[in-house]
Design a protein around this ligand. Structure first.
Ligand code: ADE
Length: 252
């Protein structure tokens, strides 16, 4: 069981993961729990405001420390109440550590995560200093709030919970869960716009199919992600498959 507590002024956005697909099913199966805390509910002024103008001037608004702090406290309390021992607090921001498989590996060890999704020009720095342990970015670009980034992180963790993904093999086979990218997939019909399904996949010979898929995986990685291939020491068999791939495709 994993516990996610998110602080966000747009709780409804999280229905994108709780309401659809693998992450919906995993929630129904009780494999994780997700609670969204709205700082607006923790605002103590009469118009329930959660932001203010930036000191020093400049465009936009800044999320105020106080309602966020109370919402994070409530999130932390609920994690304690359900008995979470190993946890962390994450602020989603383009200034954070880049999210990749290694960081997912690390976060996977935890039982609970409190995630802060910011809006506007950001959150009051004193809140980050006092309540946040880690800052995480989903990439070197800006999206309009931390919610999408938080959902990327949660989804990547949820699908790793045993029982979340139906076919046990499909996890380990996926790009980045192995060292190579995925092999290409085909389904009916056998001919689409005069392109046939590769004959190897129609052969019924599972050894031949596995060999073809591995060759395609290695070949695609070489074609599409030369940066990844450069960091892999291909063994003799893998090297031979890559050679075969290049010859077949008439490249290099
Ligand atoms: N909020 C806005 N852009 C973001 C990004 N790239 N990563 C994480 N949080 C964000």
């Amino acid at each position: 069981m994993k516990y996610f507590d998110v602080v966000s002024i747009f709780p409804g956005m999280f229905e994108a993961i709780t309401g659809y697909g693998i992450s919906k099913r995993a929630l129904e199966r009780g494999l994780y729990d997700l609670v969204v805390w709205n700082p607006r509910d923790h605002s103590e002024n009469s118009n329930k405001s959660v932001d203010g103008r930036p000191y020093g001037g400049g465009p936009g608004m800044v999320m105020s420390a106080e309602p966020l702090s109370r919402a994070i406290d409530a999130a932390n309390r609920r994690q304690e109440d359900v008995g979470v021992k190993k946890k962390t607090s994450v602020y989603l921001t383009p200034q954070g550590e880049r999210l990749d498989r290694g960081l997912i590996d690390e976060l996977e060890e935890l039982e609970g995560i409190v995630l802060l999704a910011g809006r506007y020009e950001g959150v009051d720095e004193r809140l980050v200093q006092s309540k946040i342990e880690r800052e995480v970015s989903i990439g070197d670009y800006v999206v309009s709030g931390g919610e999408l980034a938080a959902m990327v992180l949660i989804d990547a963790l949820v699908r790793r919970i045993p029982g979340a993904v139906n076919h046990k093999e499909s996890l380990a086979n996926e790009s980045f869960e192995t060292i190579f990218l995925d092999y290409p997939q085909y389904t009916r019909p056998e001919v689409f716009e005069s392109h046939r399904v590769p004959p190897e996949l129609m052969s019924g010979d599972h050894k031949l199919i596995d060999r073809w898929r591995l060759k395609e995986s290695i070949g695609r990685t070489w074609l599409k992600r030369p940066d990844l291939i450069a960091n892999i020491n291909l063994d003799a068999e893998q090297f031979a498959l890559l050679d075969e791939f290049k010859r077949e495709k008439g490249v290099e």
